[in-house]
Design a protein around this ligand. Structure first.
Ligand code: ATR
Length: 278
């Protein structure tokens, strides 16, 4: 049992290593101001060897909740008294809630992934077509969980390292497409998602040819810096519908905010602009 300190202002924050790049303080402060919530949100750089000790001491100081980011999303599960279904299936926790001395872990990334897709296009039209997921890291797991839980039954995944894709087949149902063939014979695909880190600022672009893609396909990149990646630019040049990644960050944060404060915050243009500012 963790003894909670009595404090009038609610405290939340984010932990990671490094953490200076995190946009979460900007997002949560914006919502606290907008919704009149008397709380603080602070960023904590915690090295792996100090994870348990430092998180427990934050909760002892009275923290109500924490976001968890790289590299702690998997390891933090050991500290949780309970985790939700998404966290269990994905094997990663990105939100902690400390209540009555117990720590509950949640994964809000899958929710963020799906809500962002729903906000930008009609998903009902996509469910009976095939979906291609590029990548097999943590983000791909959140995407696989979100899609398989929401009626997207025909999933195909392609990853540079095929073994990583095969390992995911223990937990999720999908076909594998060789990385060298990822952009071939895609006429039946309604949705193509990049979950790799390719295309991020300072990274190589994702090399993908849209010639074989159906005219009605939706192209989703979860990378949000830059907002319009090279992958999305090429899709736009073919007049394909694109879905940008910033909303995934905002919606996953929104669910964390709701878990801690019981308020569903607004996701508006002003917030998007604030977060995208370099
Ligand atoms: P995350 O948790 O953000 O998903 P990750 O677990 O490091 O991050 O996964 C990164 C993904 O980007 C992986 O699918 C990785 O492919 P590999 O499994 O082959 O490493 C993919 N990726 C990163 N750099 C890549 C590159 N240069 N070419 C192809 N795929 C790349």
């Amino acid at each position: 049992m963790i003894q909670e300190a009595k404090t009038p202002v609610k405290k939340a924050g984010v932990i990671g290593h490094p953490i200076a790049q995190s946009k979460s303080p900007i997002i949560h402060h914006y919502w606290m101001d907008k919704h009149g919530i008397d709380a603080s949100y602070t960023a904590h750089d915690i090295a792996s060897e100090n994870l348990e000790k430092d998180v427990r001491s934050l909760f002892q100081e009275g923290y109500l909740g924490l976001n968890v980011t790289v590299p702690h999303k998997e390891k933090i599960i050991d500290l949780c008294d309970d985790i939700d279904g998404a966290a269990k299936a994905i094997g990663a926790v990105n939100t902690l809630l400390c209540q009555d001395g117990k720590v509950k872990g949640f994964n809000t990334d899958a929710y963020g992934f799906l809500k962002n897709l729903e906000a930008q296009c009609n998903t009902e039209n996509l469910k009976d077509k095939k979906t291609l997921i590029l990548g097999a890291g943590g983000a791909a797991k959140a995407c696989l969980y979100a899609l398989s839980q929401n009626g997207f039954e025909n999933l195909t995944l392609s990853n540079r390292t095929k073994k990583r894709a095969e390992a995911l087949q223990n937990n999720f149902q999908f076909e594998i497409l060789d990385w060298e063939e990822k952009d071939q014979n895609l006429e039946d695909f309604g949705l193509i998602v990049n979950t790799t880190s390719l295309g991020m600022k300072a990274q190589a672009p994702l090399d993908f040819c849209f010639d074989d893609v159906s005219k009605s396909a939706v192209i989703y990149d979860i990378v949000y810096n830059p907002l319009i990646t090279d992958f999305l630019k090429r899709a736009q040049q073919k007049n394909l519908k694109i879905v940008t990644g910033i909303g995934m960050l905002l919606y996953q944060a929104a669910l964390s905010f709701d878990i801690w404060f019981g308020v569903k915050p607004d996701i508006d243009e002003a917030l998007q602009k604030k977060v995208l500012r370099p």
